[in-house]
Design a protein around this ligand. Sequence first.
Ligand code: ATP
Ligand code: MG
Length: 553
Amino acid sequence: MSEEVISRNFIEQIIDKDLEEGKYEKIITRFPPEPNGYLHIGHAKSILLNYGLAVKYGGQFNLRFDDTNPTKEKEEFVNSIVEDVKWLGADFRNDVLFASNYFDKMYEAAVFLIKKGKAYVCDLSADEIREYRGTLTEPGKNSPYRDRSVEENLALFEAMKNGEFEDGAKVLRAKIDMASPNINMRDPIIYRIARMTHHNTGDKWCIYPMYDFAHPIEDAIEGVTHSICTLEFEDHRPLYDWVVRELEYVHPPKQIEFAKLYLTNVVTGKRYIKKLVDDGIVDGWDDPRLVTLSALRRRGYTPEAIKLFMELSGVSKANSSSDSAMLEYCVREDLKPKADRVMGVIDPVKVIIDNYPEDMTEEFEIENNPDNPDAGTRKVTFSRELYVERDDFMEEPPKKYFRLFPGNEVRFKGAYFIKCVGFEKDDEGNVTVIHCTYDPETRSGSGFEGRKVKGTIHWVDAKTAVDAEVRLYENIVDEEKGKLNEDGSLNLNPNSLVVLPHAKLESNLKDAKAGDTFQFIRNGYFCVDSKDSTPEHPVFNRVVGLKSSYKPQ
Ligand code: ATP
Ligand code: MG
């Protein structure tokens, strides 16, 4: 880990100190999403961090929608976010909070500031406000409206609320310091006029509070003690502190920043994900190639895997990217003992065992999971016609190829030694049938020790096979070229989705339900798709392959 990575407990250290000094009694944290998109893996970091702290300190975790900006908010997003937070296991007592329910209190808070001489109504246009604000190197200038009397400000602010002015004609500003080196402190706007219908409050309000004013009030109303946000808000902290101080809260909340989670070669930002959805490049917000939580769930990721990933990636004060191979490692680790190992041939070619009786079927008992003895065993059928992977046969094998080729003998997992004796091809040169023979003496479990074979391959009985569609995924962006082109567009990977429509699965999978996950031996972990899979047409998503490029420390 790099030098900048502060102990994952740097937030815990702050909390410990606050508790020691008696600043707070009960720790309350919150996750405050804006309902303007689906949650992604980065949000999971914030959720699990905030929830984890609440659990650790025997406190409380709130889910609060930051829905003070009525332009982009949608019911669909609210519902998906609630579902995702529940899925991750962060308990918010089923108490969904909305910042918009505090609009009255925010209005009162603004009036309180006006009465203290700490806020004023300003008539400057947006352009003028920008001009007066100054730059990073030059101080700003006071607005000519800055010294309005308290009475005048109260009357004007009420008139703003009552809809007496056009959108944008006036704003309410905090009276702080136009010469502050921190531009956020140069009399920031705290209320604006905007006639927009709000998803919760309808047309009740035509003035809406700005984020930097609303957020600390929301936290204070809920008794939040530690308001954890990402680094881009660091420069806003003096304003956060100003708001809670001037509003004279007895136990003011404290803002703490940490670095956002980014993943190598993965599109995490809501803006980019939205663009992929809007441009129709992916099949909705839950397309399994995305890292929204609904996409990860659909693909077969588990909350436990995501938790493990957050533990391994830690909490830091410095921006960096976590290795996406580590996320894959985590889901593999989680599924290893949980997912039964079954046989699924994803790109099949037929095998005929020439010396096996046509009307015979045998059953073999196979262990469900060598990593989990409690998983028991199951039976698989074997008969004359079977399927194996197309790439488990080669007409002219290179050196060290130990699978099927004319004259070679391999073990069919859990069944017999099978020898390749010939093959058929179609007019285009594709292999259509592989002819083999079996040796009855080599039956699995018989203790046969006559000779050894080098390769073991998986197979599926053609008589009882379940037909399925299998979908394989890669990163949606091209790993070699990097995430973005020079013009800012995404470098798409043409192989991000590969559909194998004719997979053959062992018959035990015929009743698999949406969300069920299995290891297909040698092929990876697969989960039944929750959107497109039906009993007549099962669809399996590959969660992750078996090979790892990630080495745990
Ligand atoms: P995006 O960066 O994808 O646009 P956002 O910050 O606009 O997300 P919000 O709904 O405002 O999304 O975020 C809710 C909470 O999640 C905030 O506290 C925010 O700091 C946190 N959050 C967002 N993205 C990440 C991330 N990549 N890593 C950690 N926390 C994040
Ligand atoms: Mg945001």
